[in-house]
Design a protein around this ligand. Structure first.
Ligand code: PLP
Length: 397
């Protein structure tokens, strides 16, 4: 007799990552099966009627649920310690579904200013079109959260550590303030991964991921996930998903399931490599500012240590000489690729001011510290000495 799902909640993390929620078909396959199908058949017309009345639980249509997607959802819920999970086609589909399924016209959202560019578009431009008011705060400044949440609010959206400034937000303090104001707290936990930081344990209500990043982590497919209580998933998210269609493809769910199996090994190596590279860059001439949560020089190092179990895969730094020097450095790299993705096995670097954050007005970029010489490096799984040598030759020549 195999362990049932609720028993699997007591398994250690790495056992959950490898085996959690696996459901074998009658063929007893080792690896999870890909149920690459859209519909399901009923033995009788009565069974179909019951399925549509929710009197029996079964698969009806892959826009609602799919067995391969469900394995991914249930495995991720085990890892996060969440009651339920719903997977989506991308991280942005997950962010939008979490916000749009919860908020209505006339309600108020408080968001941290340093969020992923597309999240900023949803909060600052899209939701206000539907009569939702968004107020932004500097996430690391608790006084601003206090002021913004001294009046009623319906949702709080934040990202910690933030992209690309690696700003930390005090999750427990903000969740307490938000709940007093009546708000649901949604945390975009992409940079921390499900392994390094557990927002639900600090009081968050909803956690969202771009599974495209570390969960796949090998540059293959897009994916996203929303994790929360059974109540939020049943009452808010499920009807929204069923009728608007941001569902994840079963094939991509299978790729992501395979990604979870090695997530702990990969994240551990990402963090080791990133810390080694960050320490080396701290001594590198030509760098005027370096940010990595696990360096004691990070302005919120103590908070990072209290909330996270390692520093993550991303380092941000500023080179002297502005855009010209930054571009020169990127163009000289021989191993590290220029790319706006992150959390990948391959080390990737980007210039946020001209790519991921080019849409922001210059004043807003300046406020977030995204200067012309600012670079974001996602440290991969290569041999760290090769990465150090690549960076050293690019700075030297
Ligand atoms: C990449 C990313 C997203 C969006 O995810 P996609 O899978 O690209 O849609 C959202 N938030 C953060 C912090 C990200 O890094």
């Amino acid at each position: 007799m195999k362990a049932d799902y609720e028993t699997q909640r007591d398994w250690a993390l790495n056992t959950q990552l490898v085996r959690g929620a696996t459901e074998r078909s009658q063929f007893e396959e080792t690896s999870e099966a890909i149920y690459l199908n859209s519909g399901y058949v009923y033995k009788t017309a009565e069974e179909a009627e019951k399925a549509f009345k929710n009197e029996i639980e079964r698969y009806v249509y892959s826009r609602f649920r799919n067995p391969t997607v469900a394995m991914f959802e249930k495995r991720l819920a085990l890892i996060e310690g969440a009651e339920e999970c719903r997977a989506m086609a991308s991280g942005m589909a997950a962010v939008y579904a979490a916000l749009a399924s919860h908020l209505s016209t006339g309600q108020r959202l408080v968001a941290s200013r340093a969020i992923f560019g597309s999240c900023q578009y949803i909060c600052a431009e899209l939701l206000p079109r539907f009569g939702i008011k968004t107020d932004f705060v500097d996430g690391s400044d608790l006084a601003q959260w206090k002021a913004a949440l001294s009046t009623p609010a319906d949702a709080v959206f934040l990202e910690s550590p933030s992209n690309p400034g690696l700003e930390m937000i005090d999750l427990k303090a903000v969740c307490d303030l938000a709940h007093k104001a009546g708000a649901l707290v949604i945390v975009d936990n992409v940079f921390a991964t499900p392994l390094l930081q557990k927002p639900l344990t600090f009081g968050a209500d909803v956690v969202v991921y771009s599974a495209t990043k570390h969960i796949d982590g090998q540059g293959r497919c897009l994916g996203g996930a929303v994790l929360s209580s059974k109540q939020f998933i049943t009452d808010k998210l499920t009807p929204f998903m069923r009728h608007t269609g941001p569902s994840l493809s079963p094939f991509n769910a299978w790729v992501l399931l395979k990604g979870l199996e090695t997530l702990e090994l990969r994240v551990q190596r990402h963090c080791e490599n990133a810390l080694t590279v960050a320490r080396a860059l701290e001594k590198q001439k030509g760098i005027t500012r370096i940010l990595y949560p696990w360096l004691p020089s990070h302005p919120q190092h103590a908070l990072a240590k209290a909330q996270m179990s390692a520093g993550g895969s991303v380092i941000s730094f500023e080179v002297a000489g502005g855009k010209e020097a930054a571009f020169r450095l990127l163009n000289r790299l021989k191993i590290i690729d220029i790319s706006n993705n992150l959390g990948d096995a391959k080390s990737l670097i980007c210039h946020p001011a001209t790519t991921t954050h080019q849409r922001l007005p210059p004043e807003e970029r300046a406020h977030l510290g995204i200067t012309e010489g600012f670079l974001r490096l996602s440290v991969g799984l290569e041999n760290v000495d090769d990465l150090l040598a690549d960076l050293a030759q690019a700075f030297q020549s």
